[in-house]
Design a protein around this ligand. Structure first.
Ligand SMILES: [Zn+2]
Ligand SMILES: [Zn+2]
Length: 173
């Protein structure tokens, strides 16, 4: 397959690499839409990411696509299903996971490699964070799931409430 491979600081090359083959519990998707996140820009500028990406590496972590291969033991998904695979899955057993603070998990499984024709999705993400795209939703819109989730999570953690009409400070609009 064709893939963008990061070799170092601002050194990104389009290369032919082996097609991914799903191991037990994994699926492979054909990437239809991949978006570029602020994290991708930082990774490109820095030439990697301390926790996730050591060059040379595939990268990119926001995409919508279609399942083209299923690993042994995968249940509930079929070839042809349109999906978004979120970019990480918590371990479910660390200090933070036991307290339902999954975003603070110390042993996240990451999912990188959306800037490619195909992407292999790790088993913990298949079981916890693989989302079906409704038929009416365009893939370009569905690919924005992760940034949208970040915004919604941030708003919910902030305790922000939309003021009722009439309660807005007079000069706020
Ligand atoms: Zn992102
Ligand atoms: Zn954890």
């Amino acid at each position: 397959m064709l893939a963008a491979v990061l070799h170092g600081q601002t050194d990104l090359r389009l290369e032919t690499v082996p097609d991914p083959i799903p191991q037990p519990g994994e699926v492979v998707i054909a990437v239809e839409v991949a978006t570029t996140c602020g994290t991708d820009l930082k990774v490109w500028r820095r030439g990697g990411h301390a926790k996730m990406l050591q060059p040379p590496t595939l990268f990119g972590h926001e995409a919508a696509g279609q399942i083209v291969a299923l690993g042994e033991g995968v249940e509930g998904w079929s070839i042809g299903d349109r999906v978004v695979a979120n970019n990480s899955a918590p371990c479910l057993s660390c200090f933070y996971c036991q307290r339902q603070e999954f975003s603070l998990c110390t042993d996240l499984t990451f999912n990188n490699g959306t800037f490619a024709q195909y992407q292999k999705i790790p088993a913990p993400i298949v079981t916890q964070n693989l989302l079906a795209i409704p038929d009416h939703l365009a893939s370009a819109t569905a690919s924005l799931t992760e940034p949208l989730a970040c915004v919604l999570h941030g708003i919910s953690r902030s305790g922000f409430q939309v003021p009722l009409q009439g309660q807005l400070p007079s000069k706020s609009l």
